[in-house]
Every structure is written in structure tokens, then in C-alpha cells.
Design a protein around this ligand. Structure first.
Ligand SMILES: Cc1cc2nc3c(=O)[nH]c(=O)nc-3n(C[C@H](O)[C@H](O)[C@H](O)COP(=O)(O)O)c2cc1C
Ligand code: SF4
Length: 367
């Protein structure tokens, strides 16, 4: 028998998510369908990541598939056992953004969660029908800009994720703002809640550094309707990170977790890593010659073609994030070194557990 979560359910776009925990999308190749499906089965919202999915699915299927088909397949697989599953689509992956959104909508994703840039055009790509459109922001101001823009299109966010500076992956802050007291999740929450109420009272989900059941209870008492968690799900049996990645998480100490910046991500945002990650170690010594053979974070040049990435020209200030993250997702590990991104709390993880065990612990029903 399933024991009841002690947390209040989360309702998004009329869908009643029994456990108010969203498993954060983790690219590249970390939150694939096995993780999302397991979270959905435990009553949370499972989330696959769209990042470089065409390569990952092509390799798995031994047949070349495009972004649309890869996204469609992964979302469908995440939903086969029921429950709720969605997809994370980063704005920074501009070249594949539209195809990813269409694939997710056509596959009936329960949610599209989009950050790393303001997803201003998200509602106009295609009518979202039952799919919830959920921006990720790191300030009330960013949410206001999105709501005003979406209002003109006649759409309102179905929920918002407020991500604070303790998160894994890219951080929505300038490097000198990461440690500011005013940017702590608990300090940003009230103004973002107010903004969500102002624009239609949609659910507020908080993310970044949430680790225990008590943390979830605390943020829900402050007005959050749910939480999004990444790092704890990275260290599960069902996550598709390589064994080496998972062991690096288990072994990491607090001092090992740093925010990479010069050399950092070519996306231009601070990026949290385990400092022993092989690609980061090499990047500090500028060992990998610049080479662009994947192209997923390319931006448009003056003619409107996707040709611009700072890591393409020089290894002085940027590492090649496409290859580093592909390697940590088990792709091309023999050719490129891995880059391990984690949240601040990754040092607290001392073993790899199942999603079921983790969800029981987080809901306060066991563990
Ligand atoms: C390994 C890893 C990969 C991530 N990849 C993405 C991503 O592709 N897109 C995104 O929006 N957020 C990404 N994130 C952020 C998570 O979705 C989540 O919001 C964040 O990790 C929450 O903080 P926590 O790790 O302290 O729980 C990633 C986080 C981790 C740890
Ligand atoms: S240089 Fe590297 S990080 Fe930049 S787009 Fe090319 S493959 Fe990706």
C-alpha cells in the first residue's frame, strides 16, 4: 500500500500532483526517461531534459533521429507508467528550442519548464493545450517581464519556478551576485510570490539547495506551493549519469564544489561544478584546444545564422560545455573529458539510493 505524503498536493493547470516535488530537468543525459518515469510513479512530477537529446537518443536507438523525434520519444517513454512527466527546455539552446517545444507538446508533456534565458516566445510556438508552461526565474523582475509579455499573447504562466543561487547547473545571477544575502531563496520568495499573485495567483515552486523533508516543509510554510530538486535526484539509481559521475558526487566535500567562471560556461552564466571534474581541471590549465563539433549553444551571428560560441574561438575564458556534459551523460567518454555539475548540497550525499527511497524520505513517509 502507498503511504500518504505528508505534504499538500500541487495543482498545476488542473492536474493534481499528489507529491509537490518536481524533479528538476538535468542535462545532458542525466534526467532521461527512467528517472522521470520513476518520479512520476511515486506521485511527483518527473522531468526529462531536452539538452542534446537528439544525439543521446540516436546513440541509444542506433539510428539517427532529429530533435523533434528525440523529444517526442523521451517524453512518451517518461509517461508510459502513468503519473505526470514534463520536460526542461533551456532558452540557451536556441537552435533546437522550437523543435523541442513542438516535440514535447505533441507528445503530451504535462509541463514544459524553461529557464537559462527568459522564455518570452514559449506560448506562441504552438497552442499548448493541456501542457503547463512554466518559466524558471531568479527574480521577481524577471517574472514580471515574462508575465507582461505573455499577457500580450493572452497567456499566463501555469506556475513559476524560482531558482536560487545554491542550485546545480547554470545560475541565473551575475558572478558577483551569487553570494548576496538578498538573493537567498528565502529572501527572494516573498517578492516573487507577490508577483505570482498579481498576475493571476499561479503556483510558486522554489528550487536550489532544498535537501530534506524539513526544507520542503519550511518553504511551503513560507508560501511555496511546491519544490524543484535536482542534486538529490542526480544521485539516484534511476538517474542516467555515469557511475563515475555518481561516485564523484558521493566523494565530493564542501570545498570541492565551486562556481565556474573564467573559465566558465559559454552560455555566459555562472555554472556550479565539482572542481575535480576532468574537463574543469583541463580548462583551468587551458589544455583542450578550442574545437566546435557539436554546436548546441551556438547563438545567431549578424546574418541570423547559428555560428557564435565563445568556446569556439578560445579556451581562455570558456570550456566546451557541449562535450563536457555529453561525456558526463555517458556519450563519447573515451573522446572528451567529463564536466560534473552539482548543487551546493552535493557534498551531503554519501550513497546512491532509489527514487522510491528518496521520495519516501522527502515526503516524510519513511527513510
Ligand atoms: C546535474 C544537473 C544538471 C542540470 N541541468 C539543468 C538543465 O539542463 N536545465 C535547467 O533548467 N536546470 C538544470 N539544472 C538545475 C535543476 O533542474 C534544479 O533546478 C536545481 O538543481 C535545483 O537545485 P538543487 O540541485 O540544489 O536541488 C541541473 C542541475 C543539476 C544538478
Ligand atoms: S564550442 Fe563547444 S560548447 Fe560551443 S557550441 Fe561548439 S561544441 Fe558547443
Amino acid at each position: 500500500m502507498k503511504s500518504e505524503s505528508m505534504l499538500k498536493p500541487l495543482t498545476i493547470k488542473g492536474k493534481n500532483i499528489r507529491v509537490p516535488i518536481i524533479q528538476g530537468g538535468m542535462g545532458v543525459g542525466v534526467s532521461m526517461h527512467p528517472l522521470a518515469k520513476a518520479v512520476a510513479q511515486e506521485g511527483g512530477l518527473g522531468v526529462v531534459s531536452s539538452a542534446i537529446l537528439d544525439r543521446l537518443v540516436s546513440k541509444r536507438n542506433n539510428k539517427k533521429v532529429n530533435t523533434y523525434d528525440a523529444v517526442y520519444e523521451e517524453v512518451s517513454l517518461a509517461k508510459v507508467k502513468g503519473g505526470f512527466s514534463g520536460i526542461n527546455i533551456m532558452g540557451a539552446l536556441a537552435r533546437d528550442f522550437t523543435a523541442s517545444v513542438k516535440g514535447a507538446l505533441d507528445a503530451g508533456a504535462d509541463a514544459i519548464i524553461s529557464g537559462a534565458g527568459l522564455p518570452l516566445s514559449l506560448p506562441i510556438i504552438q497552442p499548448p493545450k493541456d501542457t503547463a508552461l512554466i518559466p524558471i526565474v531568479s527574480s521577481a523582475r524577471a517574472l514580471e517581464i515574462i508575465c507582461k509579455k505573455w499577457e500580450k499573447i493572452g497567456y499566463r504562466p501555469d506556475a513559476v519556478v524560482l531558482e536560487g543561487p545554491l542550485a546545480g547547473g547554470h545560475l541565473g545571477f551575475r558572478i558577483d551576485q551569487v553570494d548576496l544575502e538578498s538573493n537567498k531563496l528565502e529572501n527572494m520568495l516573498p517578492s516573487v510570490k507577490e508577483m505570482a499573485i498579481k498576475f493571476g495567483n499561479f503556483p510558486l515552486i522554489v528550487a536550489g539547495g532544498i535537501y530534506t523533508h524539513a526544507d520542503i516543509v519550511k518553504f511551503m510554510a513560507m508560501g511555496a506551493d511546491g519544490v524543484q530538486m535536482g542534486t538529490r535526484f542526480l544521485a539516484t539509481e534511476e538517474s542516467s549519469a555515469t557511475e563515475l559521475y555518481k561516485q564523484a558526487v558521493v566523494q565530493a566535500t564542501e570545498e570541492d564544489i565551486v562556481v565556474a567562471h573564467r573559465p566558465g560556461s559559454p552560455c555566459g552564466l555562472p555554472f556550479r561544478v565539482i572542481k575535480q571534474s576532468p574537463m574543469y581541471v583541463s580548462a583551468l590549465k587551458r589544455l583542450r584546444p578550442p574545437k566546435c563539433d557539436k554546436g548546441y549553444v551556438l547563438m545567431k551571428d549578424a546574418e541570423g545564422n547559428y555560428t557564435v560560441c565563445p568556446a569556439k574561438e578560445s579556451n581562455e575564458n570558456h570550456f566546451c560545455i557541449c562535450n563536457g556534459l555529453l561525456s558526463s551523460g555517458g556519450y563519447n567518454g573515451d573522446k572528451e573529458e567529463a564536466l560534473y555539475t552539482v548543487g551546493t548540497n552535493a557534498y551531503r550525499i554519501d550513497k546512491i539510493i532509489s527514487v522510491k527511497t528518496l521520495m519516501n524520505e522527502l515526503t516524510g513517509t519513511g527513510g
